[in-house]
Design a binder for this molecule. Structure first.
Ligand code: AMP
Ligand code: MG
Length: 393
């Protein structure tokens, strides 16, 4: 049994950044990580732009200006202004080369077709210089940047339509258990509705991993071996749920061994999620998660996400951790580290009732996990506790 810390180190060591890249349409690139620097094909902005509705001026010594027409956004004109001349201009319109400031219209009046400034204006005011955001040929975004909506808009604003990104891993979820029925079907005595697949798939989607298939297998060695062999062949990452404990009908560990999956670790000194297995075959990674739903989800956030982010080029990834003031007392039994479902807000955290690894009703309203390392035995209300914010919003 290894510690939480060592388990994380093992994952970080094993999950090298994938070397596989692909070029994809930018419209499909949300959450992808770019695999090489992107150079800007244009200056942005591509011309000197007005940042205001107002008047573009060729500044002179007094506050009166002669008006010389107008320039709207999209106009393709560049009139020559002499000192003391101005044009009406609108936000986003090209500022004439001969203008050196834009005065916002709120600071002007017009009398008898003459423009009066209510105060003086300094050169360069309200002009977005050519290439202010990025110059043609300069690095627009660095390798390793994860594309969010702003990044996609930024690259699109540079005229970029395709991006080279790390290939997202193909992930298979395999749920095991004779007791599993599908929601929507009648529930026989002894059965439960299978819920780990929906849990893991939606958590994967939330983090931008949508190349996911779901498989189900009974507690039978031959069937488990067959299914795992097939999905190992076709995928980069396997998330197996259940069947990894020490029961007589837990066949996942022996099947993985038979398939040549090398164990990095099996069993972590933690609660929930003690039976977690992590292994590898070539460039394929296998997490065998405990079947208990809250344990599986805890392991997903703490370990699986770290592995996936690293494989996806995001080597600096870690969950957001803060020290928060506990609003609850808690006594820890045993010497395993513990992740406690909790609700965090405004620097304080409430540890929820119902911490059992089979319980989802508390996880459903949790937004954080309070982490108690092996040596911590209790929390007293008012203590500062390590709080991991879950990536659920
Ligand atoms: P196992 O790890 O297979 O021993 O399962 C531990 C507990 O988790 C048992 O109570 C199972 O019924 C439950 N469980 C296993 N797989 C699932 C699943 N896919 N959805 C919901 N509960 C599950
Ligand atoms: Mg089982």
């Amino acid at each position: 049994m290894i510690s939480v810390k060592k388990a994380l180190v093992s994952i970080k060591k094993s999950c090298e950044i994938t070397i596989h890249s692909e070029t994809i349409n930018i419209n499909n690139a949300i959450n992808c990580v770019i695999s090489s620097d992107i150079l800007s094909p244009i200056n942005m902005p591509p011309f000197r732009q007005s940042a205001m509705d107002g008047y573009a001026l060729n500044i002179h010594s007094n506050l009166n200006y002669e008006l010389k027409g107008e320039i709207k956004a999209g106009d393709n004109i560049n009139p020559l202004l002499k000192p003391g001349e101005a044009v009406r201009i609108f936000t986003g319109a090209p500022v004439p080369d001969s203008a050196n400031a834009v005065m916002m219209q709120e600071k002007t009046t017009i009398k008898n077709e003459v423009l009066y400034l209510t105060e003086s204006v300094k050169p360069d005011t309200n002009i977005r210089p050519l290439g202010e955001q990025v110059l043609k040929g300069d690095v627009a975004l660095k390798k390793g940047a994860k594309l969010n909506s702003a990044a996609i808009a930024y690259l699109t604003s540079l005229g970029i339509t395709e991006v080279k990104v790390y290939k997202k891993p193909k992930i298979a979820i395999v749920v095991t258990g004779n007791e599993l029925a599908q929601a929507g079907e009648p529930l026989q005595y002894g059965q439960i509705f299978e819920s780990n697949a929906a849990m893991l798939e939606s958590a994967l989607k939330k983090s931008g991993y949508d190349n996911v298939t779901i498989h189900q297998v009974a507690d039978n060695y031959e069937k488990t071996l067959k299914t795992l062999k097939e999905v190992l062949h076709l995928n980069d990452v396997l998330l197996v749920s259940g069947g990894i404990s020490v029961g007589d009908y837990d066949f996942v560990g022996s099947a993985l061994k038979e398939l040549g999956v090398t164990e990095h670790f099996y069993k972590v000194k933690q609660k929930p999620g003690k039976p977690l297995f992590f292994g590898q075959k070539d460039e394929k990674y296998v997490f065998a998660l405990p079947g208990n739903p809250a344990a599986a989800l805890t392991c997903f956030y703490i370990y699986v996400l770290t592995a996936l982010e690293r494989l996806n080029g995001n080597s600096d990834f870690s969950l957001h951790k803060i020290n928060a003031v506990s609003q609850s007392n808690f006594i820890k039994k045993g010497n395993r580290a513990q992740f406690l479902k909790a609700v965090y807000s405004n620097d304080s955290v409430e540890i929820l009732e119902g911490q059992n690894s089979s319980m989802l009703h508390t996880f459903a309203i949790a937004n954080a996990l309070v982490f108690l390392d092996e040596d911590i035995t209790q929390i007293i209300k008012g203590d500062k506790v390590e709080t991991i914010l879950l990536p659920i919003h």
